[in-house]
Design a protein around this ligand. Sequence first.
Ligand SMILES: Cc1cc2nc3c(=O)[nH]c(=O)nc-3n(C[C@H](O)[C@H](O)[C@H](O)COP(=O)(O)OP(=O)(O)OC[C@H]3O[C@@H](n4cnc5c(N)ncnc54)[C@H](O)[C@@H]3O)c2cc1C
Length: 586
Amino acid sequence: MNDKGIRKNIEKIILKKKFENVAVKVENKVVYLTGKVNSYDAFLDLGLRIGKKKNVEGVVNNLEYPNKERKEKKKGSASKIGKADVVIVGGGVIGSSIARELSKYKLRVILVEKASDVACGTTKANNAMVHTGIGENMGTLKQKLCVKGQQMFEKISDELNVPYKQNGMWIITTKDSLAKMKLPSFISDFIAKRIIPMIVLRRGKKLGITMNLTKRRELLKREPNITKKVLAGIYSPTYGITCPYLFTIALAENAMENGVEVMLNTEVVDIVTKESKVESVVTTKGIIDANFVINAAGLYTDEIAGMAGAREYTIHPKKGATLIFDKKANEYINHSMSMLRFPRTKHYKGGGAMTTIDGNIQWGPTISETPDKEDTTVTTEDIEKMFESYSPLLEDFPEKLVITYFSGLRACTFTEDFIIKSSKKIKGFVHAAGIQSPGLTAAPAIAEMTISLLKNEGLKLEAKNNFDPYNKKKIVTRDLSNEEKKKLIEKNPQYGEIVCRCEQVTKGEVVDAIHSKIPALSIDAIKRRTRAGMGRCQGGFCLPNIVKILAQETDIPIEKILKNEGGSDLFIGRAKCLLEDKYDEN
Ligand SMILES: Cc1cc2nc3c(=O)[nH]c(=O)nc-3n(C[C@H](O)[C@H](O)[C@H](O)COP(=O)(O)OP(=O)(O)OC[C@H]3O[C@@H](n4cnc5c(N)ncnc54)[C@H](O)[C@@H]3O)c2cc1C
């Protein structure tokens, strides 16, 4: 169908749904909406309806709605940084995977990240599952790259020396799976016990995923704490778990070892084009001339594309909250598990009770729309939703052992699939956008696909003969035997000094993190690398220790140490200064 046909279809929707002040334009199968609607819900509703239409490749939703946030354009620095072959915008798992892939070639590659560390966006706030692809809609790019990414994950994790485990996953149906359909119980039980498993197994076969149907009795033997209402269980042994921040930090550090330059605390504020071709990237630290730009800015990909005049989609964030339980609860389940429910809710995105690579259990995630790209709050409603969803799966689970919760934002487009393609408007500009779940799993495959797009765009790829795929193993004292610990402490007594009791982290590991290739210069950056503060007391014991070490090892004064990014101050000043009235409230 051509643009004219698409436009006619969209106009029908607009008329039927009585959107009076909306104008539509279609260009290269991308729908551009302008005008006004009376709420954010209406903005979403129309965008999603259009995004679902066949042949629509993107929806740019410029509709105004009450209280829409306006952003002031930030100023860049005019100083010249030099010329790069490729600039990558964003140091999440996608930007870092692409950086590592490009570091295999003789190129000058610069990765620009606005935060003080990599993995600070959505990449730090997900469930860390290395999915098989069974949960994705058949035939989508998401599914294709998820299946491929999962196959690549083990090798890359081995090379980078980061933890990865195929811990398996149960896909479960219970007597409640079809409760909302209000069918006679013998019919709903039959569908849940026989039909759904058969469909799941058939799908798995098509995708080449190993899956085994397990009888109820056997399942209850293997997972004794699961609800007795269970009807069927399909076990998927290749389901994996990773650590998303360690994985991303390792990717970025390996890319750096192989020549990629990583600029942290550097925000991209403009992209200059000439005759519809990328010319330079303007950042808060200066201008980088570049032939190619890869847009891997997560939630902000639409805004970065807009800077280049290549806006071909709009991102609408979907929040997902997760609960983390104390390790005391970790024997409650042996494998991750997800309960199927039908009909799927409006914003359904699977979820379940899952094990983490560090031995905690997590419940989640929820799913809800939010207009705010920085809204990572967790509300009482989110928490209630999680208990409501997952308690029926594990009825006697020790729920009181929750130690923390967090939320992350999915960077969704209205077409609900990944958008990985060269811009049709601007030559040299490549989108890696709409990377919602399973973006972590798909990251290695997304990187490969991006490189082939760059090649098609004319980037010359000459392989380096000295590319080193390996990262050195970092010391994690809690994983060592007593003999190994003894030897290590003899060489460096700091590895014998426990600074985080819950996670058994030593001073030596914190010092290593501070002086690593990408230095950890905030409390959270150290936490992501060492787990100090991730245990039961959530930093109650170790925070002062970490602050002290950070101040000793760097030139950051104690009162300037941040929890995370700018604005997350831990201190208001030195106590003595306050007493001496030297403290200026402003
Ligand atoms: C609740 C939740 C659970 C999930 N669970 C899973 C899971 O179990 N398995 C799975 O495979 N996937 C999962 N995902 C999806 C996965 O987390 C994402 O797909 C992935 O992290 C996206 O990575 P990214 O690099 O595209 O984005 P990000 O990590 O957000 O990285 C983008 C980066 O761009 C930077 N940036 C933005 N604007 C600029 C600018 N102007 N200048 C410079 N830098 C900029 C940001 O600071 C950020 O660091 C989950 C997501 C959520 C929200």
